[in-house]
Design a protein around this ligand. Structure first.
Ligand code: FAD
Length: 402
């Protein structure tokens, strides 16, 4: 019987094994996870869970008994290593596991601040895993002044939580604007205004020199001077694909594990999905770092491991929650040269439509679910309404679909 082994028990790994069973795969399945927990969802870690509004149990994607009931062997707490592609084996601790088909769903690693920049001081935190957030939660509540290093989604979400908890918050962003890597300037402007209105002190274009302190962090030296009286720091300075085992095995890599449109790697018995998989999209190779991609790509890979060769057609979408604003993004804005800003129907709601020439690339919708839904449908079917039409406030968004 074909033995399917999945390395990485996160969102993609879990979606993959569940789909295999749903589609009637009856052979043995082994899901290997480096963390000591069954698969859980990460988005609440920087939002409701950090704030204390979601219970720990609710993070888990399936109840623990699901895996036993579905006859999926879970191996948790020890990372897999040393894939031997020729022998079709890998190691988990001292144990050798044989596979017929292998999927790599190992996600990302959060970049750490080097020790010479104060990364080894006490009370300097990362928000990536449940263990890290469990350690951070009580210390955040006990703190007075948080320094967030990095103005990406995770840094901004953590800043919003900390303000809700009543902390003073300072955020340092080395680039000229927050969210530079992931959103258009107009979306950065929206969130800068939002955070500033909630009392976050945002310093853009200001790099961290180093964190200072005896044992725990107590301050920071940065490009423009010294920030005193810090008693906790959250580092959100980027992510990198966690695929040492794929690289060491000799699989083709390009900022992640290279996969074709079916999710297969350069080895015909090995697939990859989720954050670590580098896929082709509009002529370039990219990785998508979102729950939606992890689920949909992993489910396609599950089907393809069973036989059919279905192409995965990425339809990127993403969300973020900050204060009472829900950001929903359809598409990818990279390469845009024009942005149409449309105010929404309620106060503070807005959508930013990013174009490259006449091609609609993405829609960033802030508390504007209608603009998001319509933008998403347009992008998914490759339709681009004329920018001037979108810019015209008298245009009914719904009419763009016809
Ligand atoms: P992961 O869920 O990270 O799972 C990978 C797993 O593989 C990990 O558990 C890891 O320990 C394990 N692993 C790694 N190496 C090995 C090994 N050698 N052996 C065994 N196991 C290994 N996305 C959104 O769409 N919206 C959001 O609002 C959002 N918010 C987020 C907030 C936070 C704080 C974080 C961290 C992420 C957020 N994301 C969000 C991103 C989303 O969670 C990821 O895109 C998604 O989890 C990717 O799934 P994955 O399975 O590829 O990776």
């Amino acid at each position: 019987m074909t033995h399917i082994v999945v390395v990485g028990a996160g969102q993609a790994g879990s979606s993959l094994v569940v789909k295999l069973r749903k589609e009637g795969f009856t052979g043995p399945i082994t899901l290997i996870g480096a963390e000591p927990f069954p698969p859980y969802q990460r988005p609440p870690l920087s939002k409701a869970y950090l704030l204390g509004e979601t219970e720990r149990e609710r993070l888990f994607l399936r109840p623990a008994r699901y895996y036993a009931d579905a006859d999926i062997a879970l191996k948790l707490g020890v990372p897999a290593s040393d894939i031997d592609l020729a022998a079709r084996t890998l190691m988990v601790g001292d144990e050798t596991i044989c596979y017929d088909k292998l999927a790599i769903t190992t996600g990302l690693d959060a970049r750490r601040l080097p020790a010479e920049q104060g990364g080894a001081l006490g009370n300097v935190h990362i928000v990536r895993t449940l263990e890290q957030v469990d350690a951070l939660k009580p210390r955040l509540r006990a703190a007075g002044h948080l320094l967030v290093i990095g103005g990406g989604y995770i840094g901004l979400e953590a800043a919003a939580v900390a303000r809700k908890l009543g902390l003073k918050v300072t955020l340092l962003e080395m680039a000229d604007r927050i969210l530079r890597r992931v959103a258009c300037r107009e979306t950065s402007d929206y969130f800068r205004t939002l955070h500033t209105a909630h009392g976050v002190d945002i310093l853009e274009g200001v790099g961290l020199g180093r964190l200072i302190g005896d044992r725990d962090v107590s301050g920071a030296e940065h490009d423009d001077g010294v920030l005193p009286d810090i008693d906790i720091a959250i580092v959100g300075i980027g992510l990198s694909p966690r695929c040492e085992i794929a690289e060491k095995a000799g699989l083709a890599m390009e900022n992640g594990v290279c996969v074709d449109e079916t999710g297969r790697t350069s080895d015909p018995s090995v697939w990859a999905a989720g954050d670590c998989a580098a896929i082709s999209y509009r002529g370039t190779r990219i990785r998508l770092e979102s729950v939606q991609n992890a689920i949909e790509q992993a489910e396609t890979v599950a089907l393809n491991m069973m036989g059919p060769q279905i192409s995965y057609d990425p339809k990127p979408w993403f969300w973020s929650d900050q204060y009472d604003v829900k950001l929903q993004i359809a598409g990818l804005s990279h390469g845009h040269d024009r942005v149409i800003v449309r105010p929404g129907s309620s106060e503070g709601s807005q959508s930013n439509w990013c174009y490259q020439g006449d091609l609609l690339l993405s829609v960033d919708a802030m508390n504007d679910p209608r603009a998001y839904m319509i933008g998403k449908r347009l992008i998914e079917c490759g339709a681009s309404p004329a920018p001037d039409l979108v810019a015209d406030p008298s245009t009914q968004l719904k009419s763009l679909l016809s």
